[in-house]
Design a binder for this molecule. Structure first.
Ligand SMILES: Nc1ncnc2c1ncn2[C@@H]1O[C@H](COP(=O)(O)OP(=O)(O)O)[C@@H](O)[C@H]1O
Ligand SMILES: O=P(O)(O)OC[C@H]1O[C@](O)(COP(=O)(O)O)[C@@H](O)[C@@H]1O
Ligand SMILES: [Mg+2]
Length: 336
């Protein structure tokens, strides 16, 4: 069957995530290898509105697989939220002769993609969209994994290991805030991996006495003289937690907000490999005329799901992992 897809666009949108470049590279190289032209839309949906694009070929994406950030830049676009903004974007699609768009980002980016595709259909034209989940938060309902999560976990672990050295020397308590927006995946994984004394996540209501004071007390009884409390940003401010620890436990914690450092850096093997497979699948999906899909992982396999159904999915919180954390923070053995 003749391939009807001649030209596609690729963009990154929302918060950046390490591995976005590897995904862009895979999209471009897969397209080129199938004789499909590829246009890079810059600065997220704003690029479609403002005709901010760059023609890409195989060599345009050389030497980026190891780079954090995104060579296409990213943005959040207020204008794209309105039909008027999307109408401008559809004009650009027409001008460029795009048959489809691969949108790399989070759930907001996918909602934008779906809105664009629907508006095109209402106007009697057609644009296929395919989403690739990329966010350090790992908070996309339809996909077990999102590009960038592993790198962010490793960055946070490296930072916390360093904090631990100085906390140990000074026999102090450290309170570290990690990102995640409304989700606690990053805090949960990092908390397990650094052997935290206590971890606070938004998916579980915080009982300060039980979840913090008691855990520090037990660690102290078990002989530990330094403590590591990991707080997901969605569960509260590390500064507030630090103050409460000071007031209620009588120790003087040091507070660190890891912040945007977690979004940068060279992507790990897992992120590069997942991004490469997702980018490849995204182009194949467009080429087989399956539009409005999200590429997702399910138990390590790559699948493509209907975008509307996928956006309605919610992620089951990984209570089994939380139980591991509970067991490892509750025992009477030495902490950390
Ligand atoms: N419901 C929507 N309709 C149209 N565009 C949307 C919608 N939600 C988000 N977008 C667009 O997608 C962009 C990225 O979404 P955002 O939630 O900021 O990041 P992420 O994709 O990482 O979740 C927004 O700035 C906006 O331009
Ligand atoms: O870059 P900003 O605008 O400060 O946003 C910070 C937020 O972006 C994230 O790093 C990633 O979130 P998104 O992928 O939804 O953009 C969150 O963890 C954090 O809350
Ligand atoms: Mg989001």
């Amino acid at each position: 069957m003749e391939n009807k897809v001649k030209r596609i666009g690729v963009l990154t949108s929302g918060g950046d995530a390490p591995g976005m470049n590897a995904a862009v590279r895979a999209v471009v190289r897969t397209a080129v290898s199938h004789g499909v032209q590829c246009v890079g839309i810059r600065r997220g949906w704003n690029g479609l509105i403002n005709s901010d694009f760059v023609q890409l070929n195989g060599s345009s994406v050389s030497h980026i697989i190891n780079k954090g950030g995104t060579m296409l830049y990213t943005a959040r676009s207020m204008e794209f939220m309105n039909p008027e903004g999307r109408a401008k974007a559809l004009n650009t699609c027409k001008l460029l002769g795009l048959d489809g768009i691969v949108a790399i980002g989070g759930d907001g980016t996918f909602r934008g993609a779906l809105a664009l595709s629907r508006q095109a259909a209402e106007a009697g034209s057609h644009i296929s969209v395919v989403g690739i989940p990329a966010t350090i938060d790992n908070d996309i309902g339809c996909s077990h994994y999102t590009i960038g999560f592993d790198t962010a976990c490793n960055t946070a672990i490296e930072c916390i290991d360093k904090l631990r050295d100085t906390m140990q020397s000074h026999e102090r308590c450290s309170v570290v805030e990690v990102m995640g927006r409304h989700a606690g995946y990053l805090a949960l994984y990092v908390g397990i991996a650094v052997g935290a004394t206590a971890v606070l996540i938004p998916e579980r209501e915080v009982d300060f006495q039980e979840d913090v004071v008691e855990k520090i007390r037990r660690a102290r009884l078990a002989g530990s003289t330094h403590y590591m409390v990991v707080v997901a940003e969605g569960a509260g401010s590390a500064f507030d937690i630090g103050k409460r620890i000071h007031d209620e436990v009588g120790i003087d914690p040091r507070v660190t907000v890891l912040g945007h450092i977690q979004r940068g850096g060279s992507p790990t093997a897992r992120d590069r490999e997942t991004a490469s497979r997702m980018g490849y699948e995204a182009v194949l999906t467009l080429m087989s005329n399956r539009g409005n899909r999200i590429i997702a992982t399910r138990d390590g396999r790559i699948v493509d799901l209907d975008m509307e159904e996928a956006l309605a999915m919610t992620k089951q919180f990984q209570m089994d992992r939380y139980q591991v954390l509970e067991a490892l923070t509750n025992n009477g053995g030495l902490m950390l």
